[in-house]
Design a protein around this ligand. Structure first.
Ligand code: ADP
Ligand code: ASP
Ligand code: MG
Length: 411
């Protein structure tokens, strides 16, 4: 007997038939004697619909009130899912995030899970219930409803699996695993049987939305056995997220150099041009940005010439106007010649633990892009990743040619 947490995404609960299908799968697992916790997202499109509705009333929705209404999407699916399970003769009970005390901080719309009181769930499981928990939502210490950021149901699933010390966390979605890149952009993309936790973390942080990054962080911290699977197939092994054995570094040798390619159209570039090249300038630019709680991703400062330098960084597209507003206010104080924003950019990243033991990967990436006439605007690297910012109109082309150049379509 195992304890399994199964998370189902929006498409997998997108209609009554799909919910019934989910219930049949859970029934099969129950019949094998397993204890099952089900985490569900809102029906596909529902969270977007709720956000647009809010914006019709308040263009910049109040975060606390937005969380109150957006969390209703998942409340609908937990009830429907429990009913579908009952219709199959199973004992089932649904809970919202606050009912099972998924306690978060108070950062509305992007809250972090602090603790989960798993006792109630455990008691229900022991009494033979399938427990259905709303993904994406929690409650802060003062009782306010919070949400965990887009894609946050993945994190609910993994956090519950960690709290319950589940044997496995299964993420059921509309693809049958983690691919070398998004199969909707590159049809030749190939499913990976396994991927290391570190690679998955980089892919998620660089924009692969198949798993929310925080879910991967949780899996790493608590060593949760995590698998991505299709909810549309009866069986299939999906993709297992594995943990590298530090004792066995040689296992890296068998890894392909590049495991996957991620891309992201959500960032904007901000250029602060002609600033005095003197100590403290980076802080003067980024200090006010951080004070406004705007996340910064890539940062580049040019070599100074003639006593001045250029400073470029990226933020989420939604934060570009705010960031420009802040910098315009401090422009005179910083002594910048010009401040510019560009939201027509995309970031493309190649990821692989094999990079550690191979040279020339960056030059191969840059050559491939150059051969297509794609200009690189910014570059950033980590031990297992190379990311470039390019004009957004070349994003899909870049992903396709890199996929081919690194022979990712071949097994
Ligand atoms: P869910 O609603 O089930 O949470 P998501 O839409 O959040 O599903 O995530 C699944 C989607 O992630 C897939 O449909 C696919 O388009 C996209 N995706 C992006 N990168 C990858 C990748 N490397 N492997 C698989 N899917 C990917
Ligand atoms: N329903 C939420 C969203 O659309 C959470 C999730 O799907 O994971 O972002
Ligand atoms: Mg998702």
């Amino acid at each position: 007997m195992a304890l399994i947490v199964q998370k189902y995404g929006g498409t997998s609960v997108g209609s009554p038939d799909r919910i019934k299908n989910l219930a049949r799968r859970v029934a099969r697992f129950k019949a094998l004697g397993h204890q099952i916790v089900v985490v569900v997202s809102a029906m596909s499109g529902e969270t977007n619909r709720l956000i647009s509705l809010a914006k019709e009333i308040m263009p910049e929705p109040d975060p606390r009130e937005l969380d109150v209404m957006v969390a209703t999407g998942e409340q609908v699916t937990i009830g429907l899912t429990a009913m579908a399970l009952m219709e199959l003769g199973l004992k089932a009970k649904s809970y919202t995030g606050s009912q099972v005390r998924i306690v978060t901080d108070n950062a509305h719309t992007k809250a972090r899970i602090l603790s989960i009181d798993e006792e109630r769930i455990r008691a229900d499981l022991d009494a033979g219930y399938v427990v259905v928990v709303a993904g994406f939502q929690g409650v802060d210490e003062s009782g306010n409803i919070t949400t965990l950021g887009r894609g946050g149901s993945d994190t609910t699933g993994v956090a519950l699996a960690a709290a319950l010390k589940a044997d496995e966390c299964q993420i059921y979605t509309d693809v049958d695993g983690v691919y070398t890149t998004d199969p909707r952009v590159v049809p030749e993309a190939r499913r990976l049987k396994s991927i290391t936790f570190e690679e998955m973390l980089e892919l998620a942080s660089q924009g692969s939305k198949v798993l929310q990054i925080r879910s991967v962080e949780f899996a790493g911290k608590y060593k949760v056995k995590l698998r991505v699977l299709s909810s549309f197939e009866e069986d299939g092994e999906g993709t297992l997220i594995t943990f590298e054995d530090p004792e066995n570094k040689d296992s890296n040798m068998e890894q392909p150099i590049i495991s996957g390619i991620a891309f992201n159209r959500d960032e904007a570039k901000i250029m602060v041009l002609g600033v005095p090249d003197k100590p403290g300038i980076a802080y003067q630019i980024l200090g006010p940005i951080a004070d406004a709680k705007i996340d910064v991703d890539m940062i580049i400062q040019n070599m100074g010439a003639d006593g001045t330098t250029d400073f470029t960084f990226t933020v989420h597209k939604n934060d570009m106007a705010k960031a420009l507003g802040i910098l315009n206010q401090v422009q005179a104080h910083i002594g910048a010649r010009e401040i510019r924003g560009d939201d027509k950019i995309a970031k493309v990243s190649i990821v692989g633990v094999g990079m550690r033991s191979h040279v020339g990967i960056a030059s191969q990436m840059f050559r491939t892009l150059a051969e297509e006439g794609i200009n690189i605007q910014m570059i950033s690297t980590s031990e297992i990743k190379i990311a470039v910012v390019i004009d957004e109109k070349y994003m899909e082309l870049a992903v396709r040619v890199l996929h081919k150049a690194f022979e990712l379509e071949e097994a």
